[in-house]
Design a protein around this ligand. Structure first.
Ligand code: AMP
Length: 215
């Protein structure tokens, strides 16, 4: 049976890390609108150019753009979809419901990863990823074994996101509280919400998510 889930939480809550695990462990397909937008930027498409400054400031791009991206990717679901960083507004949540219904799919669970703001600032400002395989690291809590070299794939192409700085992070947090956090109530009312402590160990968080998906 295929399972479709949303990972919901502020920037730095660990959504990307947990999504990658679900891809590895269960063969699910990660749909990250942030990754899609960054790909559009680096390949220099018109849309990529339009969203670049908005993303760097930490603001949300328009609903039309991200809904369009999700629509394009909603085939080839493997063992189900993990929506990572989407939806981020109520209109996006409504649109997702309609898109899933059109394609005969359902939304099984919404996992809210709860992390306090102090921890988010620490997590985000030390974060870097492998530019080749996407593994996520942190200067203090999860450095690479050999400085500058990915533990997983051996690449020395480490990248830091342009919006992982204190100013953009403030805007991203504000956007989260103003526009995204209402989704918590929305999915609670739809009986889909599971809340997990995103500050726990990565394996523990993964175990809670697995439990929510398997019950
Ligand atoms: P993320 O990688 O999910 O943190 O997203 C990085 C940036 O891409 C965000 O700060 C927004 O500017 C933009 N973005 C990603 N997903 C969405 C979305 N669902 N709605 C609006 N903007 C988004």
């Amino acid at each position: 049976m295929t399972i479709n889930i949303i990972l919901l939480g502020p920037p730095g809550a660990g959504k990307g890390t947990q999504a990658r695990r679900l891809v590895e462990d269960r063969g699910m397909v990660q749909l990250s609108t942030g990754d899609m937008l960054r790909a559009a930027r680096s390949s220099g498409t018109e849309m990529g150019k339009r969203v670049a400054a908005v993303m760097d400031r930490g603001e949300l791009v328009t609903d039309d753009i991200v809904i369009g991206l999700i629509r394009e990717h909603l085939s080839a679901g493997g063992q189900g979809f993990i929506f990572d960083g989407f939806p981020r507004t109520l209109p996006q949540a409504d649109a997702l419901g309609e898109l899933l219904a059109e394609t005969g799919m359902q939304l099984d669970a919404v996992i809210e990863m709860q992390v306090d703001d102090e921890a988010l600032v620490r997590r985000i400002t030390g974060r870097f990823t492998c530019g080749s395989c996407g593994e996520v690291y942190h200067d203090e809590t999860r450095p690479t074994k050999v400085p500058g070299v990915c533990d997983v794939c051996g690449s020395d192409k480490m990248v830091r996101r342009a919006d992982d700085n204190a100013d953009s992070l403030k805007t991203r947090l504000l956007e989260y509280y103003k526009k995204t956090s209402p989704l918590i109530g929305y999915y609670y009312a739809k009986d889909r919400l599971t809340q997990v402590d995103g500050l726990a160990e990565m394996d523990q968080v993964a175990a809670w998510i697995a439990q929510a998906l398997d019950t």
